[in-house]
Design a protein around this ligand. Structure first.
Ligand SMILES: Cc1cc2nc3c(=O)[nH]c(=O)nc-3n(C[C@H](O)[C@H](O)[C@H](O)COP(=O)(O)OP(=O)(O)OC[C@H]3O[C@@H](n4cnc5c(N)ncnc54)[C@H](O)[C@@H]3O)c2cc1C
Length: 385
């Protein structure tokens, strides 16, 4: 039996990856530093994401998407993040959280209404976290009160990625706090709904071009038909989408680690000290070899988790391991890349300090590293010999 190496791509996947690599180098790279400094994502660039179908990778063609696999979404996030991890997370949230929530849980009507918009011109966002509900996400306080043929949502969401650009929000609220997690319900909320507004935009350490804002719901009226999944089933919607989303974050981390490592390798060839290239020093060569090995291991975990999702096998443990390990490796590679560049690496004249800042978020969002270890340990300890 022929077993393909996990990192081997099909012809179609290879063409897809190469096209995004060229796009990222040509269109994103010239804007990356400016967008980071201005903490704004270029709106024309976002329009180009829609034009080349990056915002609806898995959406079937009947709704205007590319009809691709989950693995292709991860490849796209990886490639974009190689040049700009902010671009990576915008595409990640759209595809792995918002589009997938709709594909997995949406009614026929919701799909035919929202998926064509999401694949052609509207950005989506995913609003679960609150000030008192982070790792303990189901302690959320946003309340949804039934009012005739709609619900009134009241509460405040924190940390919503893509909020500034988004028109469509997947919002989680409880219909009855006494029901615990069984009261949690997902809603499709449009920016234009009465009672919806954005609050503070966060000033961040990294992924600064990606917007992160408060979402304020003040008697926000949402029609009953915009309940996503069933009432009280929101905890399932969120757990299942975040399990998939985690693989996207692993993709973001391996992409940015690859970008930083690639730069450090090139630099080590060009920079001369003691009349020779840095890459002649065994200390540098061994660091590059060690980091490349770690990156390859992280990529294998990530691709494996994505492939398992695509073939319909359980992947929760694999997704947690991929995100946990890839974010650890990304932090290490980007940090050492700065050292390989020496003083130059510490300045904004070179891109590695940005990769380092951007890497830190991998250990925090879509479940912190401790939460991933919780998930992994549950699997290990539940296994009886
Ligand atoms: C830039 C950014 C973008 C984000 N985007 C989104 C988004 O789009 N949508 C969304 O809903 N949320 C988003 N988040 C929120 C993110 O998912 C949370 O920040 C994350 O889940 C952690 O929650 P917290 O910040 O409240 O930290 P806490 O939950 O307060 O955790 C603080 C520390 O305590 C540890 N800890 C907590 N509980 C335990 C435990 N039981 N055992 C061991 N350690 C524990 C954590 O690991 C962490 O180290 C984003 C956050 C950031 C910073």
């Amino acid at each position: 039996m022929l077993i393909n190496p996990l990192t081997q791509l099909t012809e179609e996947e290879e063409m897809f990856r190469d096209a995004i690599r060229i796009f990222s180098e040509d269109k994103i790279k010239p804007l990356t530093q400016k967008m980071d400094e201005e903490e704004t994502f270029d709106s024309d660039l976002l329009k180009q994401f829609f034009k080349i179908n990056l915002m609806g990778i898995q959406i079937p063609e009947q709704w205007g998407g590319a009809g691709g696999s989950f693995f292709m979404s991860i490849l796209a996030v990886e490639e974009l993040s190689r040049v700009d991890p902010s671009a990576g997370v915008i595409v990640d949230v759209q595809n792995t959280l918002v589009n997938n929530a709709l594909l997995n849980w949406g009614t026929k009507k919701q799909k035919s209404q929202y998926l064509p918009q999401l694949s052609s011109h509207k950005v989506g966002a995913y609003a679960l976290s609150e000030s008192g509900a982070g790792s303990d996400a189901f302690a959320l306080k946003t309340i949804a009160t039934a009012d005739g043929n709609s619900f009134l949502l009241n509460g405040q969401k924190l940390w919503t990625t893509n909020a500034l650009e988004a028109d469509i929000f997947v919002v989680f609220a409880t219909v009855d706090p006494n029901l615990g997690h069984r009261g949690i319900t997902a809603f499709l909320v449009e920016k234009s709904f009465p009672g919806f507004s954005l609050g503070k935009k966060e000033i961040k350490l990294g992924i600064r071009a990606s917007s992160t804002c408060e979402v304020i719901l003040n008697d926000c009226r949402v029609p009953n038909e915009n309940v996503l999944g069933e009432i009280g089933n929101g905890y399932k919607v969120s757990i299942e989408t975040l399990n998939e989303g985690r693989i996207g974050i692993a993709g973001q981390m391996i992409g940015l680690a690859d970008g930083a490592l690639h730069f450090a390798i090139q630099y080590s060839r060009e920079r001369k000290q003691f009349d020779q290239s840095l890459s002649n020093f065994q200390a540098i060569r061994f660091q590059l070899a060690e980091l490349s090995t770690q990156l390859e291991a992280a990529r294998l975990l990530t691709y494996n988790a994505a492939r398992m999702k695509d073939v319909g096998k359980p992947f929760i443990r694999e997704a947690a391991m991929a995100k946990y390990f890839a974010s650890q490796v990304a932090e290490k590679i980007t940090s050492q890349a700065i050292e390989i560049l020496g003083g130059y690496g510490y300045t904004r004249d070179y891109p590695v300090e940005k990769y380092f800042r951007d890497s830190k978020i991998g250990k925090i969002y879509e479940g912190t590293s401790f939460m991933q270890l919780e998930t992994i340990s549950k699997f290990i300890l539940s296994k009886k010999d």
